[in-house]
Design a protein around this ligand. Structure first.
Ligand SMILES: O=c1[nH]c(=O)c2ncn([C@@H]3O[C@H](COP(=O)(O)OP(=O)(O)OP(=O)(O)O)[C@@H](O)[C@H]3O)c2[nH]1
Ligand SMILES: [Mg+2]
Length: 202
């Protein structure tokens, strides 16, 4: 039987990346998109780690299973770290990627390239009933471009320039993004817990 993991996310882009990252290990990824009736968890924390823990623990309780939650976002230095934990709903509750990008670009108008430094953060929390929750984090450094470029990825990827690749995140193939992304780096830190995570079922 194929090993399975539940990722506590309703974000299609994230769910897809976890699928790509974990299928190499022969693990089947389920996300909350596979469980349309599951409750929504309010992200009331002030850090990525706090929100990841909130989501992971709520869903571990709901499913009685080991669950991984991802809380992530973009921090822009010239905007004092915004959008930060509000990345998904920066331009409003409807979580519209285009509107979020437009808002960021508007706020950065006139800021020269060298001052447009930013980083993606990803906090992953692993929770299960009776288990002490663990958190790992990963980051990816870059610059915010003046215009969107590229069709791949999701969220702010079209305006996030990755200097080491000479391209925006949305111009990278999924394999390239998965080599350098905040999410991939955080996931790599779960390596030691991996056997426990996939074996703790039924
Ligand atoms: O260009 C991007 N490339 C990425 O790799 C990435 N990772 C996160 N983000 C942004 O940060 C929000 C997360 O907020 P978030 O962690 O609360 O997730 P979410 O609300 O979308 O879904 P859920 O997991 O909470 O169900 C997302 O919506 C995106 O705007 C990214 N943008
Ligand atoms: Mg969210």
């Amino acid at each position: 039987m194929m090993k399975q993991v539940i990722i506590a996310t309703k974000n299609v882009g994230k769910a897809r990346e976890f699928q790509e990252l974990l299928e190499k290990k022969g693990i089947e990824v389920k996300s909350l998109l596979d469980f349309p009736n599951c409750p929504d968890v309010e992200e009331t924390g002030s850090t990525f780690a706090e929100n990841a823990v909130l989501k992971a623990e709520a869903m571990a309780h709901y499913f009685h299973a080991i669950v991984i939650a991802d809380d992530s976002g973009l921090s822009i230095d010239a905007l004092d770290g915004r959008p930060g934990v509000y990345s998904a709903r920066y331009a409003g509750e409807e979580k519209n990627d285009q509107k979020n990008i437009a808002k960021v670009l508007e706020e950065l108008k006139g800021v020269p390239f060298e001052k447009r430094t930013a980083r993606f953060h990803c906090a992953l929390a692993v929770a299960a009933p009776g288990r002490r929750t663990t958190v790992v984090e990963g980051t990816c450094e870059g610059y915010i471009t003046e215009v969107p470029k590229g069709e791949n990825g999701f969220g702010y990827d079209p305006i996030f320039y990755v200097p080491q690749k000479g391209k925006t995140m949305a111009e990278l193939s999924k394999e390239e993004k998965n080599q350098i992304s905040h999410r991939a780096k955080a996931l790599a830190k779960l390596e030691k817990q991996w056997d426990e995570i996939i074996n703790d079922k039924e």
